[in-house]
Design a binder for this molecule. Structure first.
Ligand SMILES: CC(C)[C@H](C(=O)O)[C@@H](O)C(=O)O
Ligand code: SF4
Length: 464
């Protein structure tokens, strides 16, 4: 019999440490039953709540379960009944299901409402070392705190609601080491788009990525969340970053984070969440952070991305180019855009709004821009810091928090054929509306696109 890694003393990764600490049962076929520390649900979780009710069961651990209204929420006139009756219905379902199970809901009109992957961290519900799940692929975001966080399907959501546990096969591990330092005008979004363009949309399938190296250590928490958020766009099960002083400082004082002496004890425990120097990963890649340029996507998958001073590949799929209204070899810089969206769980946090506002200050937009902060807290902070005024004075539409035009479920959509400079994470066909053309980029690049009405190289603007 081989000993489990916990007692064998073998070098371990952050992932191993969290995984081993959460196994409550071993299935003869190899799966592990994992204890789940935090379970986030949103409007889309109504199937699972329904299944639970059908089984005559209740949420096993309402204290570890949270509801967040984000995907369908209107970003304007929140007091009025949504124009689309289905939107009103799914929001009410979440309200009823969470109420019936005594689950805390971050509802419309709640000052703590926002996008689930923004709310969890800012509330301090997301902490290092925890297992965190949600019926949503971008749950990988929470891994930025050194948590094992991943999206699950509807029947798994029902299982977690009923038992607070989940059967999982052990994923493989993948270390992405980023050397050097990101250059001026280059953000976490550019780094992750660059990585995805290198390894592809299925480059990390079946793996949990650990991001490490000096360029990662130099990132703030918002930037780390942007990186982990998009891990799923490379097919990864999860993305994570070992917690450090940056993590601890960010978490200190958050409503649900441990306080006082408990916080210090927690930090001592969290500090042990690191990968041993000799730990082996199933796969490794090294990226030179200083060589990463500002990136934009040109196609309909996140891997279809190049540096802003690059061109549409000559061998690009004609159907994709037809959808995007581009030709092979076309220059991306200077391409006219019709509108800009700033928001989402990828780039809707305060640092993102600061980066965009810094470029908008004293300038006027030449195309419409919608800004939906990642949470109501972020919105209030941006208002207090004067960022909201910069957006509004530039001519932007400053609205309430939600998934908004990232996915358009609430009706915030672009028109067919419109080209959108967007800070979101998916440029799939029709994602922002039927026929809408999405170009993914950083908040700073999106702001510049709003001012110039074109895809533009932020580095040029910084020079001049
Ligand atoms: C609707 C939801 C389940 C979906 C996800 O899983 O990611 C959405 O958040 C998305 O970004 O496409
Ligand atoms: S903001 Fe977009 S990516 Fe994030 S959870 Fe909402 S729909 Fe999904």
């Amino acid at each position: 019999m081989t000993l489990p890694a916990t007692v064998s003393g073998a070098p371990r990764t952050v992932f191993d440490r969290i995984w081993d600490a959460h196994v409550v049962q071993v299935h003869p076929a190899g799966q592990r039953l994992l204890w789940i520390d935090r379970h986030f649900t949103h409007e889309g979780s109504f199937h699972a709540y329904g299944k639970l009710a059908d089984m005559g069961r209740r949420v096993a651990r309402p204290d570890l379960t949270f509801g967040v209204a984000d995907h369908y929420v209107p970003t304007r006139n929140r007091d009025a009944e949504p124009a689309d009756p289905d939107v009103g219905r799914v929001i009410r379902l979440l309200r009823d299901n969470t109420a019936a199970n005594a689950v805390r809901l971050f509802d419309l009109g709640d000052e703590e409402q926002g996008i689930v992957h923004v709310v969890g961290p800012e509330q301090g519900l997301t902490l290092p070392g925890l297992t965190i799940v949600c019926g949503d692929s971008h749950t990988s975001t929470h891994g930025a705190f050194g948590a094992l966080a991943f999206g699950i399907g509807a029947s798994e959501v029902a299982h977690v609601l009923a038992t607070q546990t989940l059967w999982q096969r052990r994923p493989k591990t993948f270390r992405v080491w980023v050397d050097g330092r990101l250059g001026a005008g280059v953000s976490a979004k550019d780094l992750i788009l660059h990585l995805i363009s290198v390894i592809g949309t299925d480059g990390a399938t079946g793996h949990v990525i650990e991001y490490a190296g000096p360029a990662i250590r130099a990132l703030g928490m918002e930037a780390r969340m942007t990186v982990c958020n998009m891990s799923i766009e490379a097919g990864a099960r999860a993305g994570m970053i070992a917690p450090d002083e940056t993590t601890f400082a960010w978490l200190k004082g958050r409503p649900a984070a441990p306080a006082g002496a408990l916080f210090d004890r927690a930090v001592a425990h969290w500090s042990a969440l690191r990968s041993d120097d000799e730990a082996m990963f199933d796969r490794e890649i090294v990226i030179d952070g200083s060589a990463v340029a500002p990136v934009v996507t040109w196609g309909t998958a996140p891997e279809e991305a190049v540096a802003i001073d690059g061109h549409v590949p000559r061998d690009a799929d004609p159907a994709t180019l037809d959808y995007m209204g581009l030709v092979p070899g076309q220059k991306l810089e200077g391409l006219p855009v019709d509108r800009v969206f700033i928001g989402s769980c990828t780039n809707g946090r305060i640092e993102d709004l600061r980066a965009a506002a810094a470029l908008l200050k004293g300038r006027r937009l030449t195309v419409p821009m919608l800004v939906s902060p990642g949470s109501t807290r972020v919105k209030r902070q941006a208002e207090a810091e004067g960022l909201a005024r910069i957006f509004v004075e530039a001519g932007a539409d400053w609205v309430e928090s939600g998934c908004s035009m990232c996915v358009g479920m609430n009706g915030d959509l672009a028109a067919p054929g419109e080209r959108v400079a967007s800070t979101t994470n998916r440029n799939f066909r029709g994602r922002q509306g039927p026929g809408a053309r999405t170009h993914l980029m950083s908040p700073a690049m999106a702001a510049v696109a709003g001012v110039t009405g074109r895809l533009a190289d932020i580095r040029r603007l910084m020079e001049g």
